[in-house]
Design a binder for this molecule. Structure first.
Ligand code: URA
Length: 239
């Protein structure tokens, strides 16, 4: 791949911006400084730019249906990790955010730190939709309290969240949050005197868990999803 494309993929700017940056700051490929954006780099090259060491691996994007019982970590002494299900030969992959050990559902797996940042940053307000089974039915007051923001013991209240019933009894619901605080959904229901018995993430931004992906399996994003990815990332960066 060309050096300027690598730097653009890693979020250093557009190709035009990178051309200008390279005029002032050389990149270093395997110890040799260069200002040539068309210089070729391959996977094992060591590239340094603006004090960063930049991976030349090509970008990987998987959609994973996390089963209950595995942890979102590289290693764990007690439990299988998500990489029990997904090969990670160069240890380059990570999940975009985390789900609790008992939570199921959609996880994006990638080696793209820029995308992960854009999807996770609270500034970007990416909607995450969860299906939850609760100890007991929600009330109209719960819907309003979620909408107003809840005190879950953090420095600030949660941002407005939507609750909508998924069954007639009202003890199965869809909840949409825009943040990703630790145990957020469970703590929000706890703050309302309820409890989450089962939790599954259905979507994150434009990415939706589809019925064809059984728990424990993963697949690369489709070309259509790759389009969404770039659109969404651009929108996020502008907001
Ligand atoms: N909220 C939770 O409480 N747990 C999760 O795994 C995700 C969101």
């Amino acid at each position: 791949m060309r050096l300027d494309k690598l730097l653009a993929d890693r979020g250093y700017g557009t190709r035009k911006e990178i051309k200008k940056l390279l005029q002032k700051n050389s990149a270093i490929i395997n110890g040799v400084p260069t200002k040539d954006g068309s210089a070729k780099v391959v996977v094992d090259d060591r590239v340094e730019f603006l004090g960063d060491v930049i991976s030349c691996e090509s970008m990987i994007y998987y959609l994973f249906h996390k089963p209950a019982g595995c942890v979102c970590a590289n290693e764990d002494a007690l439990h299988p990790t998500i990489f029990h299900y997904i090969p990670n030969p160069r240890n380059q992959l990570f999940s975009v955010g985390r789900l609790d050990i008992d939570t199921e559902g959609l996880l994006l797996i990638t080696n793209d730190g820029v995308l992960a940042h854009n999807l996770l940053s609270p500034r970007h307000h990416v909607d995450k939709v969860y299906y939850a089974r609760l100890d007991h039915a929600i009330t109209e007051a719960d819907i309003q309290a979620f909408q107003a923001g809840l005190d879950i013991g953090d420095d600030t209240n949660t941002m407005p969240a939507d609750l909508s019933p998924a069954n007639e009894a009202g003890d199965e619901i869809y909840v949409t949050i825009k943040e990703g605080r630790y145990h957020q959904v469970k703590r929000m229901f706890e703050a309302r005197g309820n409890a989450v018995c089962y939790l599954k993430r259905m979507s994150m931004g434009p990415f939706v868990l589809d019925d064809t992906l059984p728990a424990g399996s993963y697949r690369p994003l489709t070309p259509e999803e790759m389009e969404l990815l770039s659109d969404y990332t651009n929108q996020s960066e502008e907001s």
